[in-house]
Design a protein around this ligand. Structure first.
Ligand SMILES: Nc1ncnc2c1ncn2[C@@H]1O[C@H](COP(=O)(O)OP(=O)(O)OP(=O)(O)O)[C@@H](O)[C@H]1O
Length: 355
């Protein structure tokens, strides 16, 4: 049928096989001059779907007998093989660790906007703030006054914010208390929070890792059932050197690096809109090339991004139509698709880590 050929010919940066080959098209039928097309996608793909509709609908309407095209998409997000074959966490399909070699590069800001953007891409998403040195996710989600309830005195219910299930060391201890934890104590506590949270069914759990490449990060990376990591850096040499250390550390513990997100890539002048590369140019691109990974996206330095986070309403929520939100959507589409294409689909989980 010609409609199938049109679907087969659709190319998109997030697709490495066409939709027919991928087995994503579950219905393509002409009924009463209406073409019904249904897709089931194994990764979050809402912007891809919008692009598909915009590109392909006019072509389909040219076919004989087609007066209308009726589109439908559903998700059955794949569970991908975890690094080091760790046992999974109950209800969590995939864990994406957001890491940075250096502190203050915008790892938490990126993690929270990425989690929200993945959700807008059609996935069920949670976020775990494992940044013991500065648990900032509760502030960024506007939930800093909340505390998880424990229905059975053993497990914690996550705090819900904008549809994300969240938990943070910041809900449980004050920042000063957490800072003095020694390495083994900190990583043990973090693993416990991950395991003791009653996560709802999640396609992706974004984990905001503590910055750095020391013992805590290493122990965490080795013990958490991570699917892959994403490294956040600025284009500045001193951040790139640490980002490189991060890639090497994850390589050592067999955790795949999906790619690099460059934050504060350029400054946008609020008066004239001029883009200025105040921290240098192309640093993350070169780093990605050198380590055979990819640049997943670039986020500018802009006051709005900071203000939105400070007010507890990340830009993806507070300014959904902004150019920044579009950038996060694009990054989320890249992260979800790369995770799928670089990973190995496994069967849904039957055994869980003992709690
Ligand atoms: N692209 C950006 N534009 C403007 N402000 C930003 C941007 N990215 C991050 N910020 C601001 O920079 C500060 C540090 O960001 P963030 O807490 O995300 O960094 P981090 O790498 O997680 O830090 P830490 O090392 O403490 O974990 C925050 O105030 C945040 O609002």
């Amino acid at each position: 049928m010609q409609a199938k050929i049109i679907l087969e010919n659709f190319n998109h940066p997030t697709l490495q096989k066409n939709l027919i080959e991928l087995g994503a098209v579950t219905q393509c039928e002409l009924i009463d001059h209406q073409l019904l097309i249904s897709l089931v996608m194994p990764f979050a793909w809402q912007t891809g779907f919008e692009d598909l509709k915009a590109t392909v609908t006019p072509q389909l309407l040219q076919l004989d007998g087609v007066d209308k095209v009726n589109w439908n998409i559903q998700y059955n997000i794949a569970t991908l093989k975890r690094a080091n074959n760790h046992h999974p966490i109950k209800n969590v399909k995939n864990i994406i660790a957001v890491s940075s070699g250096k502190g203050g590069v915008g790892k938490s800001s990126t993690a929270v906007n990425l989690a929200l953007a993945l959700q807008k891409q059609g996935a069920k998403v949670g976020i775990l703030d494992a940044d013991i040195y500065g648990p900032s996710i509760p502030t960024m989600l506007g939930t800093e006054k909340e505390q998880p309830l424990t229905p059975d005195n053993k497990h914690m219910s996550p705090i819900m914010a904008y549809g994300l299930a969240s938990n943070s060391i910041g809900y449980l201890v004050d920042a000063d208390g957490a800072m003095v934890w020694r390495g083994p104590m900190a990583s043990k506590a973090l693993c416990q929070i991950l395991e003791d949270t009653l996560w709802p069914e999640l396609d992706y759990l974004v984990m905001d890792m503590p910055p750095g490449t020391g013992d805590i990060q290493l122990t965490l990376a080795q013990n958490v059932p991570v699917t892959a990591t994403v490294i956040v850096t600025t284009p500045q040499d001193i951040a790139l050197i640490d980002a490189k250390k991060g890639i090497i550390m994850y390589n050592k513990v067999n955790i795949p690096t999906l790619g690099i997100i460059e934050n504060m890539s350029y400054h946008i002048c609020e008066n004239c809109g001029h883009h200025e590369a105040i921290f240098g140019e192309d640093g993350a691109k070169h780093l990605a090339e050198k380590y055979q990974t990819q640049l997943l996206g670039q986020i500018p330095l802009h006051r709005l991004l900071r203000q939105d986070l400070d007010s507890g309403k990340p830009t993806v929520i507070n300014h959904p139509d902004s150019e920044f939100t579009q950038l996060y959507y694009k990054i989320a589409a890249q992260v979800a698709s790369q995770l799928y294409w670089q990973g190995e689909t496994i069967l849904p989980d039957i055994s869980f880590k003992t709690l």
